[in-house]
Design a protein around this ligand. Structure first.
Ligand code: CA
Length: 547
């Protein structure tokens, strides 16, 4: 499939050359953030300093290399902060960063930690980290770090000490202070993933891989250790944590102990709040809507919204007209139902929406090179409530799927300028990108990059988008349109979505629906959204914001 697709685009590129048509002849987008465009709906930024944010997820090793060794590093992230948000209204506009694991680890992905008090030397030093935190905070960016509490590396000194002791004292290893840190059992249990310690009759639990032994989270000494290193990272200035594998804290994979997981999340969240009352905690519970909703009973702030993300998730489904949805209204009902499910468990729930992350195929893969759908999917999730998480490179439509290394390829800053370009993980295959590198897209007013920038800008201009209580405008009958009202702090926005490839008009009485005019819009093909009297004109794949 990939070979065919590459061939198709090579032929297409050749035909475009032959025809003399180039990107510079493309219609200028009215939605681009640049000084010379005709978009007349800019408003002042209205960024509230709370836990509602637009986050950017970074795999540090593939982002930006500051010292020329081919490995992305923390100083590289610091150097590119102005690209993300310069603190003066420029850049992509994100207001939060999630760093994938940065602590010392033997693996390229670093989800298996050997030292909870340091930075992996490939990425830099603690001083580099503290400098990054300070530079983020100068720009109004919150920084959260990936946190691995479910398991350590098998090379972690705790595990090494425990297994060394077991090998030497197989009759009774319980005197070893680290024995209780992991789930060691005599004899292999019938369920769960257990691996043998040397030639002994002792086994340890490792639900993911044998290199990642599960911590015994019931152990009070393990909990003391977690509190100690959490003190350390909060003192270093982090604003919160992304909790890896929160579905698997207790119980085997496929047999999670929800009650104990929620109790642990409460213990951890409540501890963090004693030190930093506004700490932001987002958990990875990779499950269906009813599973995720249960975890909102805990004191953690957010859980990633897996049902709306991914290739077979609700957003891709409704745009591709596959799966559950035959109409825009059916999708809108799901939006509303999800809000109810979350809030019935926690009135303070903050959704954590995204399209793709480091574990999923990249979002541009969901739409087979259809640029309009790729943009529209972004507009749909970036106008959802809660926090939105953009995966690095998604804002330029980077591709990648299949093996994990291919989902974590070098950020495509440029194809001509090698400054800061990283080598990417060993084992990744060469990319065949569908869309231009960032430096090109910045020049193209109708690029995916400028679409993302505008969508983030709308979030930053309109606090109702992230924080508003959602209602569906249920009297819209066109199966390609849906509309929602968001109410926050006495202010209301209406967002109207045209998810079809055709232009649409919609009568929406100003007095009946309680708005006075067009506040802004997102348009995938660059054509302007218009409002004449009460008639809204929606180009294909567009979103109107009314207030
Ligand atoms: Ca480097």
């Amino acid at each position: 499939m990939k070979f065919l697709r590459r061939s198709f685009f090579a032929v297409l590129a050749f035909l475009i050359l032959l025809s003399g048509c180039s990107r510079s002849n493309a219609p200028v987008s009215a939605g681009a953030v640049s000084s010379d465009d005709s978009y007349p709906y800019y408003h002042d930024l209205n960024i509230i300093d709370d836990n509602y944010r637009t986050y950017y997820e970074i795999f540090v090793g593939s982002f930006y290399d500051s010292d020329g060794d081919g490995m992305g590093d923390l100083n590289g992230v610091t150097q590119k902060l102005d690209y993300l948000n310069d603190g003066k209204g420029g850049g992509l506009g994100v207001t939060g960063i999630w760093l994938m694991p940065v602590m010392p680890s033997p693996s390229y992905h670093k989800y298996d930690v050997t030292d909870y008090y340091n930075i992996d030397p490939a990425y830099g030093t603690m001083d580099d980290f503290k400098n990054l935190v300070a530079e983020c905070h100068k720009r109004g960016i919150k920084l959260i770090i990936d946190y691995e509490l479910n398991h350590t590396s098998s090379q972690n000194p705790w595990f090494q000490a425990a297994t060394d002791y077991i090998v030497k004292n197989p009759e009774d290893p319980t005197a070893c202070p680290y024995f209780s840190y992991y789930n060691f059992t005599k004899g292999k249990p019938a369920t769960g993933n257990y691996y043998r310690v040397g030639n002994t009759n002792w086994y340890y639990e490792a639900e993911f891989t044998s290199d990642m032994p599960d911590l015994n989270l019931d152990s009070s000494t393990v909990r003391d250790e977690i509190q100690k290193f959490t003190d350390f990272w909060l003192a270093a200035g982090v604003d919160g944590f992304r909790l890896d594998a929160a579905l698997h804290f207790y119980g085997a994979v496929g047999a999670s102990d929800t009650t104990k997981n929620i109790a642990f999340l409460n213990w951890f969240s409540d501890y963090c709040k004693t030190i930093k009352p506004d700490v932001y905690i987002v958990g990875e519970v990779w499950g269906n809507a009813s599973t995720i909703a249960q975890y909102y009973q805990s004191d953690a702030t957010s859980f990633f919204n897996f049902p709306f993300s991914q290739k077979d998730g609700f957003i891709a489904d409704v745009l591709n007209r596959t799966g559950l949805f035959t109409s825009a209204q059916a999708y809108a009902k799901e939006l509303y139902g999800w809000q109810l499910m979350m809030q019935s468990n926690n009135g303070k729930a903050i959704d954590a929406v995204f399209l793709g992350n480091h574990d999923t195929d990249r979002a541009a893969e969901y739409f087979s090179g259809d640029e309009l759908k790729t943009k529209m999917a972004a507009g749909m999730y970036l106008t959802m409530g809660g926090n939105a998480f953009i995966y690095y490179g998604e804002e330029i439509g980077m591709t990648g799927g299949g093996k994990d290394e291919n989902k974590r390829r070098p950020m495509l800053w440029s194809v001509s300028d090698t400054a800061g370009m990283t080598n990417g993980p060993a084992g990744m295959t060469s990319p065949s990108y569908l869309y231009d590198a960032l430096d090109q897209q910045i020049q193209e007013s109708d690029s995916i990059y400028h679409y993302y920038q505008m969508a983030v800008r709308l979030r930053n201009e309109n606090p109702e988008i992230a924080r508003g209580t959602l209602e569906i405008l249920s009297d819209i009958s066109d199966p390609d349109l849906y509309a929602v009202r968001k109410s926050y702090n006495g202010s209301q926005l209406i967002l109207v979505y045209n998810i079809s490839e055709s232009a649409k008009t919609l009568e929406l009485g100003k007095s009946q629906y309680g708005y006075s005019g067009l506040r802004g819009y997102l348009s995938a093909n660059g054509e302007a959204v218009g409002l004449s009297g009460d008639e809204l004109q929606l180009p294909p794949m567009s979103i109107a914001v009314l207030k």
